[in-house]
Structures are given as structure tokens and as C-alpha cells.
Design a protein around this ligand. Structure first.
Ligand SMILES: C[S@@+](CC[C@H](N)C(=O)[O-])C[C@H]1O[C@@H](n2cnc3c(N)ncnc32)[C@H](O)[C@@H]1O
Length: 230
């Protein structure tokens, strides 16, 4: 699978086992009492596809992982996924609202502001959030959340917003391994930004950080975790 989001980046083949493991373990761990319900996720993803949006939402497993992180952490920052301070979450990059639905489900008091640059994506998200019955706690802002050149600037802003013991997650920083390809990085702002986030987090004396590579039905990528000291 490839997408506009990964344009110009060398792709690794999608290993069928990653897909099967994601789907099987999801079927075991996300049961009829789990939230958001399977029906809610399926409906949102179907409307996203029917509306012609790219297939770049979080996978259900990854959405649930972020949901669990949000539940565990008082403060969480992820992008293009979210920024959160206590139960107020700011998400940059809504797409069709799938990750927003996961976050909105963490607690009935969680309030989310989500920023989306593409009007069609925002409109699809509005529909999906209403269908998932969470629109009353989500505000969608149409506009440029942050300069897109930058995972780097996302990191800088978020680390300054995050309080001691807060967790910052920067999503999609491994870029199917292109992270280590300096040549590709020179012509691709996403890779260049991901590289800068890595080195910047390492130089930032306020945080302890690590990058976790991940594989799954959405191929191969990873997240940078940084916990603010204190
Ligand atoms: C990977 S998708 C987000 C996926 C979504 N968070 C999810 O997991 O379901 C990235 C989204 O960010 C939006 N985007 C890109 N640059 C942006 C910016 N500077 N400000 C706001 N949104 C942006 C794109 O239009 C796209 O909808």
C-alpha cells in the first residue's frame, strides 16, 4: 500500500503477517464491551473511503494504543495526532476523525479541539463525529495547525506546552525506514522533519525520549515518545 502521505519515499512491502496479526489480535482484544465500538470505527472508515479520502487514518490497533496512552497519561501530545493537557486535547491533522473518535472516547469529560487544513477532510470528520455521537465534545477548526514542514516545530511547541511527567508522542516518524536515508530526506520535508524531531528530542534536556518502530496493517512506521522530566 502506498499513499500521497508517503509520496516519494521508498516503500517496504507490506508483510501479510503484520496485517493478519493486527486483525486477529484486534478480534481477540477488542470485544463487544470495548469502546469505541467496532460498528463506530467501521462506519467512520467506510465513510472516509466512500468520500475518496486517502487511507491514512490510524489502524484500529494503533488508535486503541493511543486511546490507552491518553487514558494513562494526564498530559499527552501526539502529531499528526494530538496534543493534550489534562482532559483538553488539541489534535493537528483530523483527516476523517478516526483518531479523534478514539480520543473522544477516553472519558466523557474529554474535550478536543482538532485542526484540519483540508476542507473536505474536515467535512467528512464532522459527519463521522456526529455519527459517533461525540461532536458535542469536539471542535473542528479549519486551517493550518502548524507549519507542515514540521514535525520539528510540532515537537518544539508541544514540549514547551507539556508539563512535568507529561508524555509527547510524535507519530509517523520512522517513515518506513526512510528516516535513516539522508539523501531522500533532502527532498522530502516529512523525512527531514522526522529526522529533526529525533535529534531535537535527544538534545532537549527537559525530556527523556525513545523511538519505537511499529509494523501492522498500515505497513511500517513508528512513534517518538518523550516524557518531560520532573
Ligand atoms: C495522517 S492524516 C491524520 C490521521 C488522523 N489523525 C487519524 O489518525 O485518523 C494527516 C491529516 O493532517 C492534515 N494536515 C496536514 N498538514 C496540516 C496542517 N499543517 N494543519 C492541519 N492539518 C494538516 C491532512 O490534510 C490530513 O487530513
Amino acid at each position: 500500500m502506498t499513499s500521497a502521505f508517503f509520496q516519494g519515499e521508498v516503500c517496504t512491502g507490506l508483510d501479510e503477517r503484520w496485517v493478519k496479526v493486527d486483525q486477529w489480535s484486534w478480534s481477540q482484544t477488542h470485544n463487544s464491551t470495548s469502546v469505541p465500538t467496532q460498528e463506530t470505527i467501521d462506519k467512520a472508515l467506510k465513510y472516509q473511503a466512500d468520500s475518496g479520502l486517502p487511507d491514512i487514518a490510524v489502524s484500529p490497533a494503533r488508535g486503541k494504543f493511543l486511546y490507552l496512552q491518553a487514558k494513562l497519561s494526564k498530559m499527552l501530545t501526539t502529531f499528526l495526532t494530538l496534543t493534550s493537557i489534562r482532559k483538553n486535547i488539541l489534535e493537528v491533522g483530523t483527516l476523517s476523525g478516526v483518531s479523534t473518535i478514539f480520543f473522544a472516547t477516553t472519558s466523557p469529560t474529554t474535550k478536543i479541539t482538532t485542526i484540519e487544513i483540508n476542507p473536505q477532510h474536515a467535512s467528512v470528520a464532522r459527519h463521522n463525529l456526529a455519527t459517533a455521537n461525540v461532536s458535542n465534545r469536539v471542535e473542528i477548526i479549519l486551517g493550518e495547525g502548524i507549519d507542515v514542514k514540521g514535525y520539528y516545530s510540532y515537537y518544539m511547541i508541544s514540549s514547551s506546552l507539556t508539563r512535568p511527567k507529561g508524555l509527547i508522542i510524535v507519530d509517523d516518524v520512522v517513515r518506513r525506514g526512510n528516516l535513516v536515508d539522508e539523501g531522500t530526506a533532502r527532498s522530502n520535508v516529512n523525512i527531514e522533519g522526522a529526522r529533526r524531531v529525533n535529534s531535537n528530542a535527544g538534545r532537549d534536556g527537559r525530556v527523556e525520549s525513545v523511538v519505537m518502530q511499529m509494523v501492522g496493517e498500515k505497513n511500517y512506521d513508528g512513534m517518538l515518545y518523550a516524557v518531560v522530566k520532573g
